[in-house]
Design a protein around this ligand. Sequence first.
Ligand code: NAD
Length: 471
Amino acid sequence: MSKPIEIRNPRTGKYDYVIIPPPEKLLVQQCHRLRRAQKSWFDLGLDGRIDTLLEWKDAINSMRDKLMEALVIDTGRLSVSKLEIDSFVTSIDRWCRLSSRLLQDKEKGTSISFINVQQTAVPYGLVGVISPWNFPLLLSTIDTIPALLAGCAVIVKPSEITPRFMAPLMNAVNAVPKLRDILTFIEGDGKTGATLVENVDLVCFTGSVETGQQVAIAAAQRFIPAFLELGGKDPAIVLESADIELATSAILWGSVVNSGQSCLSIERIYVAKNIFAEFYHKLIAKAHQLNLAYPTLESGEIGPIITERQAAIINEHLQDAVAKGAVIHCGGEVEEIGGGWWCHPTVITEVNHEMKLMNEETFGPIMPIMSFSTVEEVIELANDTFYGLSAAVFSESRDEALEIARKIDAGAISINDAGLTSMIHEAEKNAFKFSGLGGSRMGASALTRFLRKKAFLIKTKDNYDPWWFNQ
Ligand code: NAD
């Protein structure tokens, strides 16, 4: 029997939920069972898989209230949880539509007139998905749905910090007979995650760079693919010609939505010298209009900092910045209220790249702003990071913004907007530097990365090949 893990409630600080990770032996057996069942799932064909996932969608919709209730306790937030459920449900439809165009075997001619190639692909048997706590539902299903459509069985281990949503979600899985043999969600912490990597055929990992590196090493030793989606320190660049009203609204959202607990949060803001003062005064005024979602869920837009560890990191970064000369204009610390950890949107200037706030992932509603004089300088500042997830550029001229975007080392750049990769799933993107590794989880690659391509090379005529021995 594994040791139970007590789970903290982010609003009250009380440990009011318990998970029991599966013992290793049971987990190994479960992986074998799922892998065996995958064969029939693949044989069901794409149409059968689509129908099954649409049945799951109906089951989820019928249990939506329970899912919402659990997710709200897991994360302590209301509107983002609603957004998470909506995005998840619509993503099922989107992937089903896309897969019917992508997963078709094709036969075509080749450069040699009497040879055709039939291109097909074989899914990996069992995919393991390991996900973090900041969007518990979305990030545990974002790779799961395309993997299922590709014909894989999937075992998901969400974060031990936010596990309550799993019970209603598993009820919806169990309501669909064809799904329950090839999809499961398991409780557990890093130890369970590490065991999972030892027992699957491909791993999709979303989480910190530190853990991602451990997963990559374990996967490399087993010679299985690992798709890693890791941390970020996204910059926003605001050029002199930018619409300041629009840029401040977009950056405020991009920095503090979900209390800044997003991999693609704007964590560094670079503003052209001539508009710097106007920009940050406007940002402060807008930040003041946002309230904490305390005492009730509806009291404001800013939910709690979900983990105590993250609350400590945010405070450490703020204290380090202030000790090195930074000036806080609003917000400024994570405080304990009613047992939870909360932080008002924080605008901070006089920052530089010697500060943790400008080079380590903060994961809080913090907006540090620096001014720049030349385009060369701002590109250098934006790229002066270990990360390369995404970025944003604001300019009146789309050409000027694109010119800069081309020079930024990141996989997705929003132009005159922020955090668009959370909304737009059609665009393929790869993480740069330590923000990740492996095929795009967006666009067509999201599906095809679960397939090993296979070619049948077919002779269409009854002739001797000219390159054979002459006998
Ligand atoms: P984490 O790395 O601590 O944990 C992520 C998951 O890995 C959890 O489920 C955990 O139980 C599991 N785990 C821990 N040790 C493991 C091991 N040795 N082997 C296998 N699994 C193990 O990350 P976190 O704190 O939950 O999440 C926050 C991080 O995730 C941030 O850095 C954030 O930027 C990143 N993130 C990235 C994306 C993206 O798409 N790039 C999205 C969301 C979050």
